[in-house]
Each structure stands twice: as structure tokens, then as C-alpha cells.
Design a protein around this ligand. Structure first.
Ligand SMILES: NC(=O)C1=CN([C@@H]2O[C@H](COP(=O)(O)OP(=O)(O)OC[C@H]3O[C@@H](n4cnc5c(N)ncnc54)[C@H](O)[C@@H]3O)[C@@H](O)[C@H]2O)[C@@H](O)CC1
Length: 447
């Protein structure tokens, strides 16, 4: 009863103000009514704590929140006209209040778990799905500073739709929230890999230790892999030669780690024979830069200077270039290891006819196959989708970050290479990846 009569009084007052806008409306007294009412019933606060601009802005907020729709409309129209674009200040978050009062502050882990809970309980389904899925994936790896940024974005705005519009790009993100976490959220909401997000992330995930959650490294979809590549070139100034050199070095280290030459183990003089099958794109280039005791099979040659020079280097270094199509039988007879550097993340199935023979040889090979970045013939995201037999590599060297298809890898050795990703780029794509030890070019992703 009190609430409705209170609303009615304000409604009448606002009607009067709207009817004669030239008249100076007793704004201060309206503010006082609201302030006193809210102070005593909802937010008891010490006297003199709130400034007039704060009062005004909170009044705008309170005007929107009336239970009688007519009254809310009137009050809001009035308040909006008078208070213009002041956006409502928000009640200080619990943590900040605690800090101000110098009382106990929640731990980082408690904050992480609270944020997961708050990401699910939004009151609007859209934000529940977006935020809980984002939180499920990214909260475990966030630093305390990043947790604070996330806390502010999801808890400060008074209207959850604002968060939705900022993340979907319908409204510009206020500069106050323009930080790495917001960028990662916008990137996540874009969902370029078309991930199905139809359920809120489970709360039980919050119970898993951060360490366990961290072990689920990022797996890139095709679009993200291409965009990272483009940014490395366009925004970070890398050249394709540099990246290929580093990727090739990582592949060489991976092969050496997975299949160390017998000479290093028992002093024998035998050298592993390695056939490197190079494709027409950059993945092929990575193969050509590999150095062990190799032969190169390079069926579809491009005339670009980069590839011409790589071939020249191989010939100049006395590396045999295999001209005849290898078969599963010749692979078994003539080689100890085969490197599959045919196609990388730009591959679109099905395999064109000119590569069918080598693909069939690789899928039937009885020697270990080492695939670079993407096992050739696999869909970059879906994995082995060929109706015919697919390559089942024994070793996979993911570059920059594993691609989604790597989830289907069942071989013995999985490495990550490509130690050239700038931290800012990793942050903007929310890459959750292990650190490279020492001065290694690879890190093992085996569990
Ligand atoms: N930033 C990175 O992650 C780096 C990636 N590198 C390597 O570069 C790869 C990507 O390079 P590219 O963009 O050149 O892509 P690819 O190496 O996948 O090669 C694309 C080539 O394959 C051909 N192709 C595509 N689908 C085919 C099909 N169905 N049948 C026959 N041919 C087909 C295309 O015509 C094109 O010539 C990565 O996977 C990785 O191995 C490294 O070179 C350097 C750094």
C-alpha cells in the first residue's frame, strides 16, 4: 500500500512537471523524497555520503524501476529530460565496499567462483548463455586484474541489455570497459567457429580446480586460425619467411624429440630416413625447412620466389627430390619416418585428384607419420571426415595453437610449436596455451 501511494505521489508530481516544462520543478524535493525513502527502506546509508549528481543519477535509475508502468514512464521521461545523459551510478560492488571498510576481502578463487555464478544468473537468457559459456572457458585462466575487469563489466551496469548490446556490437563499448577482457568477450560472442551454445555452463565447473581447467588448451577453428595468421603479418609485421622458418624449426625439434636417431641412443651410425611430403601452400613450406636426413617429395610446385628458393636450398644442400609418386609400399621400404606437410589450416575437403595417390599412400603407411598442423585430408574443424581411409598420424605438430581437429588425434606425440605469438595477440584471441620451457621451440601437449 505504501509503495503504490508513493508511486502515485511521484506520478502526479511528474505529470505536473511534464505539463509545464517551463516551470522549475522542485527537483530537489523529489530527490529528497526518493533519497529518504530509499535510505530508510532499501539502502540505509550514513548522512551526507551521496553527492547531488549521484542523487540525480540514482533518481533516473529509480524512475525507471517503478512498479506502476505509467508512473515509470512518466518519471523516466521527466528524469531523462531533466537529467539528460547522466547514466546511473551503480551501487558499489560488494568487494569494493568491503575494501573501503577495510574488512575481509574475498579470495581470488572465491571471486572466480562468484563470477561464474553471476555469469549464469543474469535474469535474461541471452546473457546467461553468453556470459556463462565465456566464464566457463576463460575464468580459470584469468589473472586477478582480469577478474576485476570482468567483475566490473558484468556487475556494474544497471541494465543487462547494455551488456548484451556492447558485446554484440549494437552499442559502442564505453571507454571505461575498453580493456583486454571486454575484447575477449566480444571476440567470444562473435562465435566465428559456430560453437553450439544452447545451455548455461554448469556450476560444477567452478568446483574443478583452476589447474584442471587450464589443461583444456584452446583449439582454433579455421576462421580464427586464418585471422591470427593475417594479424601476424598485417599488424605485427612478421614475414611469411620468418614464420615458416620458426615453424620448420619447431617441426624439426618435434621429430627429433619423438624419434631420436639411434646414433644418439646407442652410438650406431644409421640415420633415420625421412620423407617430407610438401604441399603447395605454407604447410608445404614448413616441411621443406625441416632438416634431419631427408628426401623431399614436392608434387605441385608454385613459382613464387619463396618456394623456388626453398627448393633451390634443398637441391643445393644435396637433399634428394623424389619425382615418382610414393606408395605405401615404397614408404615402408625406403623410409623410417614420413612427414605429412601437404595441407594446413586452409585445406577444404575433398582432396583434389592430383593428391589422391599420395594421400592414399600416407593413410596406408606402416611407418610413423608426422602431420604438421593439420593431418592432411582432415577437415580443419571436424577431423577425419573422408569416406576413404584417413591419415592417422603418430605425431602431430600444432602450430600457433591446436586446431579443432586435433581433438580427434589419437597418436602418441602431440606438440605445440610456433613460439612467435605476441602476448597481446594471444590475449585478444583468448588463447589458453602452455608456456614454452627454456629456449625450446616446442612444448608437449600430451597429457
Ligand atoms: N601462423 C601460423 O600458424 C603459421 C602457419 N604456417 C603453416 O601454414 C599453413 C597455412 O598455410 P596456407 O594458408 O598456405 O594453407 P595450406 O598449407 O593449407 O595450403 C593451401 C594450399 O592447399 C591447396 N588446397 C586447399 N584445399 C585443397 C584440396 N581439397 N585439394 C588439394 N589442394 C588443396 C590450396 O589450393 C592452396 O594451394 C598452416 O597450417 C601452417 O602449417 C607456417 O608456415 C607459418 C606460421
Amino acid at each position: 500500500a505504501y509503495q503504490s501511494s508513493f508511486n502515485s505521489r511521484l506520478g502526479f508530481a511528474a505529470t505536473a512537471a511534464a505539463a509545464s516544462p517551463a516551470t522549475e520543478f522542485p527537483l530537489q524535493s523529489t530527490i529528497n523524497v526518493l533519497v529518504e525513502s530509499r535510505r530508510s527502506r532499501v539502502h540505509p546509508e550514513p548522512e551526507g555520503l551521496e553527492s547531488l549528481p549521484d542523487k540525480k543519477a540514482r533518481l533516473l535509475f529509480a524512475s525507471r524501476q517503478r512498479r506502476l508502468p505509467d508512473c515509470a514512464g512518466l518519471l523516466h521521461a521527466f528524469a531523462d529530460a531533466r537529467l539528460e545523459s547522466i547514466s546511473p551510478p551503480l551501487p558499489l560492488r560488494k568487494r569494493q565496499q568491503q575494501q573501503q571498510k577495510n574488512s575481509a576481502v574475498e579470495s581470488v578463487e572465491q571471486q572466480r567462483q562468484r563470477l561464474l555464478y553471476q555469469s549464469r544468473k543474469r535474469g535474461m537468457l541471452e546473457n546467461g548463455l553468453l556470459l556463462s559459456c565465456f566464464a566457463d572457458r576463460h575464468l580459470p585462466g584469468m589473472s586477478p586484474a582480469q577478474l576485476d575487469m570482468y567483475d566490473a563489466i558484468i556487475n556494474e551496469p544497471s541494465n543487462d541489455w547494455d551488456i548484451f548490446y556492447w558485446l554484440t556490437g549494437a552499442k559502442p563499448l564505453p571507454s571505461r570497459y575498453d580493456n583486454e577482457v571486454a575484447k575477449a568477450m566480444i571476440e567470444f560472442v562473435r562465435n566465428e567457429d559456430r560453437e553450439s551454445r544452447i545451455r548455461n555452463a554448469l556450476l560444477s565447473a567452478a568446483l574443478a580446480t583452476s589447474r584442471a581447467a587450464m589443461s583444456s588448451w584452446t583449439h582454433l577453428g579455421q576462421a580464427s586460425a586464418v585471422r591470427i595468421d593475417e594479424q601476424l603479418f598485417a599488424e605485427y609485421g612478421f614475414s611469411v619467411e620468418q614464420l615458416m622458418e620458426l615453424a620448420g624449426l619447431a617441426c624439426a625439434q618435434a621429430v627429433h624429440r619423438a624419434y631420436p636417431p639411434a646414433s644418439e641412443l646407442d652410438g650406431s651410425t644409421s640415420r633415420p630416413r625421412v620423407l617430407i611430403c610438401c604441399g603447395p601452400g605454407n604447410n608445404g613450406g614448413d616441411g621443406a625447412r625441416f632438416g634431419y636426413s631427408p628426401s623431399v617429395y614436392y608434387p605441385k610446385r608454385t613459382d613464387k620466389p619463396l618456394y623456388r628458393n626453398l627448393l633451390k636450398q634443398c637441391i643445393g644442400s644435396g637433399i634428394p627430390i623424389v619425382e615418382s609418386h610414393p606408395t605405401a609400399a615404397t614408404m615402408a621400404a625406403d623410409y623410417d619416418i614420413v612427414v605429412d606437410a601437404l595441407f594446413g589450416f586452409s585445406f577444404k575437403p575433398p582432396v583434389r585428384p592430383e593428391f589422391e595417390a599420395v594421400m592414399s599412400a600416407l593413410s596406408g603407411a606402416s611407418v610413423p607419420v608426422v602431420s604438421i598442423d593439420v593431418p592432411s585430408g582432415w577437415d580443419v574443424e571436424l577431423g577425419p571426415v573422408l569416406e576413404t581411409q584417413s591419415i592417422q598420424p603418430d605425431c602431430l605438430v600444432s602450430l600457433t595453437a591446436p586446431k579443432m581437429c586435433a581433438k580427434h588425434f589419437t597418436g602418441r606425440h602431440h606438440f605445440l610449436g610456433g613460439r612467435f605469438v605476441p602476448p597481446e595477440l594471444a590475449r585478444s584471441f583468448s588463447l589458453n596455451l602452455p608456456c614454452y620451457p627454456g629456449c625450446e621451440q616446442i612444448v608437449s601437449l600430451n597429457n
